[in-house]
Design a protein around this ligand. Structure first.
Ligand SMILES: [Zn+2]
Length: 169
């Protein structure tokens, strides 16, 4: 298991090159990270069944798919997506050979099996949760630094901000 310090470094190295806007937009986060590494991240809202995780990361041939719970609030959905993003940047890949269509047919036995295999060991859950909370707290701090001037182009873009940012990142 990684140390908190190692996770901070991972988080910082991932975020600082993405030139994200504030406040944090998880769709932009996933789009930019996907574009940068040349493998898209596709976000798909899906009514995941009770007893299953609220988010599932599926590594398909063409892209990484984050299936997130359709039946919850937008805020919770953001948290789910950032949690899956944490698994992704930490390299916790589990599902490789499953097709995306398997997950979109919840009555199917294969999809249930696929979802059940996405229950990670506790240390991986801890790493994903730490990364998610680091991303969120960094975004909150960075947004505070920018203040309420989102229309000021000079202040938009996290990369520019990082030069003078005194927070943990
Ligand atoms: Zn997880």
């Amino acid at each position: 298991m990684r140390s908190q310090r190692a996770l901070r470094v991972l988080c910082r190295d991932t975020l600082k090159v993405l030139d994200l806007d504030l406040p944090l937009d998880v769709t932009q986060l996933c789009d930019r990270h996907g574009a940068r590494r040349g493998r898209p991240i596709r976000l798909i809202a899906h009514p995941l069944p009770a007893g299953m995780p609220n988010g599932v990361w599926l590594a398909a041939d063409d892209a990484d798919y984050f299936f997130y719970q359709a039946n919850t609030s937008p805020l919770h959905q953001q948290q789910i997506i950032i949690h899956e993003f944490g698994h992704l940047i930490a390299g916790h890949q589990m599902l490789g050979a499953v097709s995306a269509s398997a997950l979109t047919a919840p009555a199917d036995d294969d999809s249930t099996a696929a979802l059940q295999r996405t229950c990670y060991a506790d240390d991986r859950e801890w790493e994903a949760e730490m990364l998610a909370s680091m991303i969120l707290s960094w975004a909150a701090e960075a947004a505070d630094t920018v203040g309420t001037t989102p229309r000021n182009d000079d202040l938009r873009g996290i990369a520019r901000l990082l030069g003078g940012h005194k927070g943990w990142l």
